[in-house]
Write a protein that binds this ligand. Structure first.
Ligand code: HEM
Length: 448
């Protein structure tokens, strides 16, 4: 194929951009905004030896996620730092391996299964709330993390992780911090090198492996379906040759689900409470909707009667999408609307930027859950709202997450409102996910 001349939009020589590039290690949102300032739809730029391409228009994103998906792999940087922990699980695998494993893992997320998980979601939310008292000051983002970590542990391994919980949490936190620190520093130290830091990472992973392989072997021996995700992974069979997953594959998928499943939902709900605390009239409207429950804690069957609650959760993920950037690497040259994207280019798709385009979301900074009313939601163009990504690699846990967010919101808002303690703006900490920097301190106000 002859590739027509591209029309690259570069901004290489701009000192302001070079300054913003330093932000890749401390403020990625700033860098994204700076890139977007050159062109609203596509920016092709050279960063070091590689081309960096910001794709910022739904039709172009459709090309990357769907039409030309076979020309893109996951981002290299992310793979380097997370491979030791996530192995070849769904987040990192490619092509045929990904396709096969996605099919094997999918049954764990069917609606019938999520019914059982919904009970866990309510129980863990109620359990956390039982420790909350009117007037208490809490860090709501920490609380959300505690709840979603408990939910993920229980739905994945049917265990409270009570004995190992602290150990698992400590190790995972260390490993997440490691990956984040690596993303902040310009010099990459290969994982194969035996530096004290790398040795410690190996030690933490070995500790996690011991716990997870222990659970896998126990479950294989008992041959029971414990109703959790782990059982589903162990029961999964390839429809062509009947083969299942090896222990290593189950371990990689379990670790992937564990990591992908809790921090994202925790951040989404934390930002949502922040937005609600800043918009008491919307909080009030939410609580008015919950009156239909008659004081009873919500269950999965109640959710269809609570549409506004879900709209709030979706709108919060518009303004603060936990996965604020989705990265790909071009594995061959390709053309997107006549623009030449060269092999090895790093492709950046940013739900954060996209969700704030006035073209699709008028008055974009305004927190307005009515954007997701059934009539309005239909009008949002495909791939203009991307909290869960898109195409064949769309988040496999998206239904799980929507039910989790919906149930947690209804359960908590039925009993409590929150007052922000610090009137200042909570800053974003855009690392692997979009965290609220320093947490979100609120005073609990019990609904009388
Ligand atoms: C609000 C919560 C969540 C958000 C915002 C979110 C976001 C995303 C996004 C954007 C991707 C695509 C990444 C890419 O294309 O590079 C993804 C993939 C994935 N997510 Fe989620 N996620 C959430 C919750 C969950 C939950 C609850 C689970 C599991 C219990 C989960 C498991 C996964 C897995 C395994 C993948 C990889 C899928 C694949 O490549 O086939 N996520 N998620």
């Amino acid at each position: 194929m002859t590739i027509p001349a591209s029309r690259p939009i570069t901004a290489n020589a701009d000192p302001a951009l070079l300054r913003a590039y330093r932000g890749i290690f401390w403020d990625r949102v700033l860098l994204l905004k700076r890139l977007e300032s050159y062109h609203p739809d596509i920016v092709i730029n050279t960063f070091g030896k590689r081309e960096l391409v910001l794709i910022n228009r739904p039709e172009y994103i459709h090309e990357v996620f769907v039409e030309q998906a076979d020309k893109f792999h996951k981002g290299e940087q992310f793979k380097i730092y997370t491979r030791p922990l996530l192995g070849n699980g769904l987040l990192l695998s490619e092509d045929e391996v990904h396709k096969r494993n996605r099919k094997l893992v999918a049954p764990a997320f069917v609606h019938r299964r999520i019914r059982d998980y919904a009970k866990v979601m309510s129980d863990y939310t109620l359990r956390a709330m039982s420790q909350w008292q009117d007037g208490d000051v809490i860090d709501i983002s920490r609380e959300m993390m505690r709840i979603t970590l408990g939910i993920t542990g229980k739905t994945l391994f049917n265990t409270d992780l009570s004995e190992e919980a602290d150990d698992v949490k400590r190790r995972l936190t260390y490993l997440m911090n490691y990956a984040e620190q690596q993303l902040r520093i310009p010099i990459h130290i290969p994982f194969e090198w035996h530096t004290p830091r790398n040795n410690r990472v190996r030690k933490e992973i070995a500790g996690l492996d011991k716990i997870i392989y222990g659970m896998i072997s126990e479950r294989r021996n008992s041959k029971t379906d414990a109703g959790d995700l782990l059982s589903m992974l162990l029961l999964a069979r390839d429809e062509d040759d009947g083969s299942g997953m090896t222990d290593k594959q189950v371990r990689d998928e379990a670790m992937t689900i564990f990591l992908a499943g809790h921090e994202t939902t925790a951040n989404a709900t934390a930002w949502m409470w922040y937005l609600l605390a800043k918009n008491p009239e919307i909080f009030k409207k939410l609580q008015d909707e919950l009156v239909v429950l008659g004081g009873k804690a919500p269950t999965l069957d109640d959710l269809p009667r609570l549409p506004y609650t879900l709209q709030i959760f979706k709108e919060a993920m518009r303004l603060y999408p936990p996965a604020y950037i989705i990265v790909r690497t071009a594995i061959s040259d390709c053309l997107i609307d006549g623009y030449l994207i060269k092999k090895n280019a790093a492709i950046i798709i940013s739900p954060y930027l996209l969700h704030r385009k006035a073209e699709f979301f008028p008055d974009p900074e305004k927190f307005d859950p009515d954007r997701f009313s059934p009539e309005n939601e239909k009008m949002i163009p495909r791939h203009a709202y991307l909290p869960f990504g898109g195409g064949a690699r769309v988040c496999i846990g998206n239904q799980f997450a929507l039910i989790e967010g919906h149930l947690m919101t209804a359960t908590i808002a039925q009993k409590f409102s929150f007052e922000l303690l610090d009137s200042t703006l909570v800053e974003m900490e855009p690392l692997i996910t979009l965290r609220p920097k320093g947490g979100i301190r609120v005073r609990l106000l019990e609904v009388k």
